[in-house]
Design a protein around this ligand. Structure first.
Ligand SMILES: [Zn+2]
Length: 362
């Protein structure tokens, strides 16, 4: 069930109670303050990378100043989803309509609203109330419709971005009570008007992106995970358990997001291009020392480093998560590599290259 969602109104006591009502009525999952945005209703997904078309409603096409801003919001979505969420593009002919005018199904206090019923095949509509519409709280002013922009007006692109966010499946972000995290989401119950902080934000916030990543996955295994998330990771180590003294060992690692239902579509996904280091602990020692950085290999999520083995020792890999993304550090299991006593490295070959010369005793 997806209902028409009133989305934008004046910041007022009214907004508080209506937000609560929306959360209950839409049945989205409980969301902690400052977590990823909740799902809107049942959160039916579009397909990954789906391109959703729209056209202006012939019965209420937006005026040019609004049309340009709505199209710009669709571009903002594509530029900042940082995931395989749907994108929106205007076409000559589509049953998915965007309307501007007085005949809207929005709540009595909403300046715009949308209805994504029909997803993933279509959506029902998106509606914007007109400039100078008289609400009981005052007269609606769209900033772009004003010859001289004045405080108290609403930014069309920002409001349209909220509506496209809903169209993806995002519910309103649950802010801290003092709203210090307001800019972490543009999908807000109440838009801020000019000149309040965030009134003209033209990109998705990190907690909008976090939900999109959870539902639609990353575009690439090397993409950054939103800092609005805090996901556990797993790091597996591979390599030989015995090497001739003086020989070499290829140590490999595989880094993934830990398998967990809370990680949704990201569960178990590969993580490429991260900072993985190899550590070594000598036999009988309790302390680890860093051998070096383990570079990424060609396969997604894999890393590898070849080292010389001079004595038996323990090895482990360490993933040090960047503060610029929402991942938790991981340490691999310990791999003991035994150096075969008395052996030296095989050097040289006969004319048949596969017949390696093996020193005595190995
Ligand atoms: Zn909204």
């Amino acid at each position: 069930m997806t209902t028409r969602l009133s989305s934008k109104g004046r910041r007022a006591a009214l907004a508080m109670s209506a937000a609560l009502l929306a959360t209950v009525a839409l049945g989205g999952p409980a969301a902690l303050a400052h977590g990823p945005d909740p799902l809107l209703g049942s959160g039916t997904r579009w397909a990954r990378d789906q391109v959703v078309p729209y056209q202006w409603d012939p019965n209420g096409p937006p005026p040019a100043w609004a049309a340009a801003e709505i199209d710009a919001a669709a571009d903002d979505i594509e530029r900042t989803i940082n995931s395989r969420a749907a994108t929106f593009t205007r076409v000559a002919s589509s049953g998915n309509r965007i309307y501007y005018g007085i005949l809207v199904p929005c709540s009595s206090y909403g300046i715009a609203c949308m209805d994504r019923s029909g997803a993933p095949d279509s959506f029902t509509g998106m509606w914007f109330r007109p400039h100078n519409y008289p609400f009981d709280w005052g007269t609606l002013k769209w900033c772009q419709a004003m010859a001289t922009m004045a405080n108290g007006c609403y930014d069309v692109e920002n409001v349209a971005l909220d509506e496209f966010g809903h169209m993806e499946l995002l519910g309103h972000h649950v802010n801290y009570s003092d709203e210090r995290d307001f800019s972490d989401s543009v999908v807000q119950f109440a838009a801020r008007n000019r000149p309040k902080e965030g009134w003209n934000q033209h990109f998705l916030g990190r907690c909008d992106v976090a939900r999109l990543q959870l539902e639609y996955s990353l575009q690439s295994s090397s993409d950054h995970v939103s800092t609005c998330l805090n996901l556990a990771t797993t790091l597996a180590i591979g390599g030989p358990t015995s090497v001739a003294t003086g020989g070499s060992a290829r140590i490999t690692g595989t880094l993934k997001i830990a398998v967990a239902s809370a990680a949704r579509e990201l569960s178990g996904d590969n993580l490429s291009g991260r900072s993985v280091t190899l550590q070594r602990r000598a036999l009988g020692s309790t302390s680890w020392s860093t051998v070096g950085t383990v570079p990424p290999s060609a396969t997604a999520g894999t890393y590898g480093l070849t080292i010389a083995i001079s004595s038996t020792a323990d090895y482990r890999l360490v993933f040090d998560a960047s503060v610029t993304e929402g991942l938790i550090d991981a340490t691999s299991a310990t791999l003991r590599i035994t150096a075969s006593s008395g052996c030296t490295a095989a050097t040289g070959t006969t004319r048949k290259v596969q017949e390696q010369i093996v020193p005595p005793g190995c």
